[in-house]
Design a protein around this ligand. Structure first.
Ligand SMILES: *[C@@H]1O[C@H](CO)[C@@H](O)[C@H](O)[C@H]1NC(C)=O
Ligand SMILES: *[C@@H]1O[C@H](CO)[C@@H](O)[C@H](O)[C@H]1NC(C)=O
Ligand SMILES: *[C@@H]1O[C@H](CO)[C@@H](O)[C@H](O)[C@H]1NC(C)=O
Length: 497
């Protein structure tokens, strides 16, 4: 008797350590893989495509890309898109997330010249997906602003760009209305603004920490909202599609249960995620963001807050512009409260006032912040549900950035298993209405300033071979089995309840 009790306790604790949820995904749950035009297409100046801020950035500042590479050819998906679609098909995926390059459709950024060869490329891609019964999930803006809009208008620092984006969005809705029912306006506005116009680490490389980044946030939100309203008014009745914006967030775990650390974690979530989510799902900026930026701006001697005001009209325009929540998530970090930074130059970091750290025992991917912490995803999904209501949520990116190109990518398999299990926990234990999991990514790609030296594909791409062959990794087989068995463990261990 005693032995049996001990044994079952042991079994429990082993299962708990592994922590894997063995239940099958719900019948309607969808799986997919994601990519983005500037990271895979190549053909950067072929057949009428205009220059983007990332083309320009990589060509002008090669030292800012770790391997001094460019997106000029990338995976050459512009020529090899049928091969990519075949891989998606082979893995049994429901969804292929892709992005349209603004400058392939409109080389100048304006609607004065429509590039018919660019339109034809996407038409062909959609045709190929349709023939294979794969649903396209289409992003209109994945960081690749047409360079002329940066040069002549200052890019996302100028509200005019929001109107130009709306024009471009309308054109895409018109051109591809028959091909696409799931739209995303903008991918990860946080990276667009913080890295593009705050730290300057990303194209267009503008360094305006704590000033330009906030201006960008407002303009990007206006761009998204205008595009959403256009779809709602002019296109939705025709094919009942859905539109949202993709937000991204690390999960921020408080360093202790002290009130100060708990508040610090909530504060950074509001600064990094709420600054986009709150205006869209609730209305206006999150209070803590508004009050802290106003407080520090005042002490710094500014006559008004560095965070632009949203007028009542703008609040109404932005509020409610979502048909589902779309979230990208890769990692979790720890966060503690910290002392208020001295007043000096504006700084987004000082506005947040938190201390970020990583647990040394956490397994890492290809960068310092890339901690493998599956439960962080479950907590993030719950945070979204608690903040924004019981909405449909889809994960539009999640995946493992490896440090080498190995085909025996057991670390990626482990990552998928843990994170997918965390999705099952959210679905079955927390009643989160998670309906799809779209991974990044099907093939290795050009990872922005990480060049070709951060590996996220279930298929390796040999970037030294002019033909850019796709070579299967172990994780592709694992993921294919997940999709087939609808379960994260071996088929004979899957459970129905
Ligand atoms: C924004 O664009 C307009 C043209 O629409 C231009 O007149 C203005 O100078 C630009 N503003 C900035 C801040 O560059
Ligand atoms: C964060 O706070 C916790 C709890 O007080 C503490 O154990 C930890 O050392 C702190 N981390 C850092 C990096 O200061
Ligand atoms: C989840 O969201 C989908 C899509 O909006 C909806 O059809 C479904 O009823 C929702 N499920 C629950 C349990 O709310």
């Amino acid at each position: 008797m005693r032995i049996i009790v001990l044994f079952s306790l042991f079994a429990l604790s082993v299962a708990d350590d592994a922590g894997l949820n063995t239940r099958r995904f719900p019948p309607n749950f969808k799986f997919g893989a994601a990519n983005a035009a500037p990271q895979i297409e190549g053909a950067w100046n072929l057949e009428g495509k205009g220059e983007t801020i990332w083309d320009h950035f990589a060509h002008t500042y090669p030292e800012r890309i770790v391997d001094r590479s460019t997106p000029d050819v990338a995976c050459d998906s512009y020529h090899k898109y049928k091969e990519d679609v075949a891989l998606v098909k082979k893995m049994g995926l429901d969804i292929y997330r892709l992005s349209i390059a603004w400058s392939r459709i409109l080389p100048t950024g304006y609607t004065d010249q429509v590039n018919s060869l660019g339109v034809k490329y996407y038409k062909n891609l959609f045709k190929e997906l349709k023939a294979n019964h794969i649903e396209p999930l289409v992003t209109l803006y994945h960081w690749d602003l047409p360079q002329p809009l940066q040069d002549s208008l200052g890019g996302w620092l100028n509200e005019t760009v929001a109107d130009l984006f709306a024009d471009y969005a309308r054109l895409c809705f018109e051109l591809f209305n028959d091909d696409v029912t799931s739209w995303i306006t903008i991918n990860e506005p946080k990276q667009v603004c913080l890295a593009g116009y705050g730290s300057g680490a990303f194209a267009p490389g503008i360094q305006s920490d704590g000033v330009g980044d906030y201006v960008c946030v407002k303009n990007v939100l206006l761009a998204h909202a205008k595009a959403y309203r256009i779809y709602d008014k002019e296109f939705r009745s025709r094919n009942k599609g859905k539109v949202s914006i993709v937000l991204d967030s690390t999960f921020w775990e408080p360093g202790s249960d002290s009130e100060a650390d708990q508040e610090a974690a909530q504060r950074i979530l509001q600064f990094d995620l709420g600054i986009y989510g709150h205006p869209i799902f609730i209305g206006d900026w999150p209070e803590v963001v508004k009050s802290r930026v106003a407080m520090r701006s005042r002490l710094e001697g500014y006559s008004q807050s560095r965070l632009p005001v949203l007028s009542a009209k703008e609040i109404e325009l932005i509020k409610g512009t979502h048909d589902y929540i779309a979230i990208n998530h890769y990692s979790t970090q720890m966060v503690n409260a910290t002392v208020e930074a001295p007043i000096g130059r504006p700084s987004g970091g000082a506005d947040r006032s938190v201390l970020v750290w990583n647990r040394p025992e956490w397994q890492k991917g290809s960068s310092d912040w890339f901690n493998v912490v599956p439960w962080g995803l479950r907590k993030l999904l719950n945070w979204l549900k608690n903040q924004y209501g019981d909405e449909e949520i889809i994960i539009t990116e999640n995946g493992y950035a490896d440090t080498d190109a190995t085909l025996e990518d057991d670390r990626r398999v482990g990552y998928y298993q843990g994170y997918l299990s965390s999705c099952l926990d959210a679905i079955y234990k927390d009643n989160v209405n998670l309906t799809a999991y779209v991974t990044w990514s099907i093939i290795d790609d050009w990872e922005w300033t990480g060049g070709y030296s951060s590996f996220l594909g279930m298929y390796r791409v040999d970037f030294n071979d002019p033909d850019r062959p796709r070579i299967k990794r172990k994780s592709a087989d694992y993921f294919t089995n997940v999709v087939k068995n609808r379960c994260v463990v071996d088929k004979d261990q899957c459970t129905d309840s």
